[in-house]
Design a protein around this ligand. Structure first.
Ligand SMILES: Nc1ncnc2c1ncn2[C@@H]1O[C@H](COP(=O)(O)OP(=O)(O)OP(=O)(O)O)[C@@H](O)[C@H]1O
Ligand SMILES: [Mg+2]
Length: 282
């Protein structure tokens, strides 16, 4: 956290900048006293989170804080032990991951999960099948409706691939493209489901400085189109450079939330990070 202080300080979104980009402030995603346990471990503990429409919200915290577990409960991979997840006012309890994608939430993973032996274009096309309208019978019979839908899926995938800057790699297998490009491909696949909320788990992990800067510019361009973004990030340059709102988690609990500039100087947040560093050094 203390690293690159000057660099970060110049990048922090100012209160003024935040005011200028404040939109309706309508809450799209909310967790209410969310709790998830693994045996005796309380990974997420009475956790409240609010994500506002058209903004970039960041969830930060030391390793093992429970961040990814929050994402896994929100996206239906894990069932909450108690508490609620509300998306656009609707309780997502009991919904399966593919149903949640259909509701308008798409995500990427901390460890890249692509179909490595499929081409980049095929990977992005795979992101849309959950939203397919045509049923199994029409797909077997290849009805005109189904053929039309396949063409629409391909066209949308091509557009998304261009949007994430990977058009030239469309026919290349996902496993053969550079790591930074694989991260962008995952974002392209998530975008292909035309989400209202995009959830990214450490999108800059493994990227070099230039790629991280490009990612910041790209994510900012997405919110201009009124997409809402929630991200987990360890790179403070990225967090402070793009977040409208930051929530800090430690040991399953929310320890702070606020504007980036306030979070950056919050003593409790600094202690949570530095305390962990000292423990790790012992
Ligand atoms: N499937 C699981 N089974 C058992 N324990 C788990 C499982 N998933 C996560 N945990 C534990 O829950 C706690 C929170 O993990 P989580 O992955 O949510 O943390 P995180 O904040 O994402 O950390 P990091 O920054 O390292 O990715 C950790 O102690 C982790 O070991
Ligand atoms: Mg994680």
């Amino acid at each position: 956290m203390a690293k690159d202080n000057n660099n970060i300080a110049t990048m922090i979104r100012s209160k003024q900048e935040n005011k200028e980009t404040d939109k309706t402030n309508k809450v799209v995603l909310e967790t209410d006293k969310l709790t998830k346990k693994f045996g005796g471990l309380i990974a997420v503990n009475n956790f409240d989170l609010k994500v506002s429409q058209g903004q970039i919200s960041s969830l930060i915290g030391p390793n093992g804080a429970g961040k990814t577990t929050v994402f896994n409960v929100v996206t239906g991979i894990y069932k909450a032990d108690s508490g609620k997840v509300l998306f656009q006012g609707e309780d997502l309890a009991g919904k399966k991951p593919h149903q949640i994608i259909k509701k308008g939430i798409a995500r990427t993973f901390q460890n890249i999960r692509l179909f490595s032996n499929m081409t980049c274009l095929e990977n992005v096309m795979a992101g849309q099948h959950c939203r397919s309208r045509e049923g199994t019978w029409s797909s077997i019979l290849q009805t005109p409706g189904q053929r039309k839908e396949e063409l629409e899926i391909k066209k949308n995938a091509e557009d998304r691939l261009k949007q994430v800057g990977l058009w030239r790699w469309r026919d290349e297998l996902a496993k053969n493209i550079a790591y930074g490009n694989q991260r962008m491909l995952e974002i392209g696949r998530a975008l292909a489901s035309n989400p209202d909320l995009l959830i990214l788990d450490e999108p800059s992990s493994g990227l070099n400085d230039k790629e991280s800067e490009d990612l910041i510019v790209f994510l900012k361009s997405l919110v201009k189109e009124n997409l809402t973004i929630l991200l987990i990030e360890h790179d403070m340059n990225v967090v402070m450079g793009i977040s409208h709102w930051v929530t800090v988690m430690d040991e399953g609990k929310k320890i702070a939330e606020g504007l980036p500039e306030d979070i950056y100087t919050n003593p409790q947040v600094i202690e949570a990070y530095l305390g962990k560093d000292e423990e790790e050094e012992e």
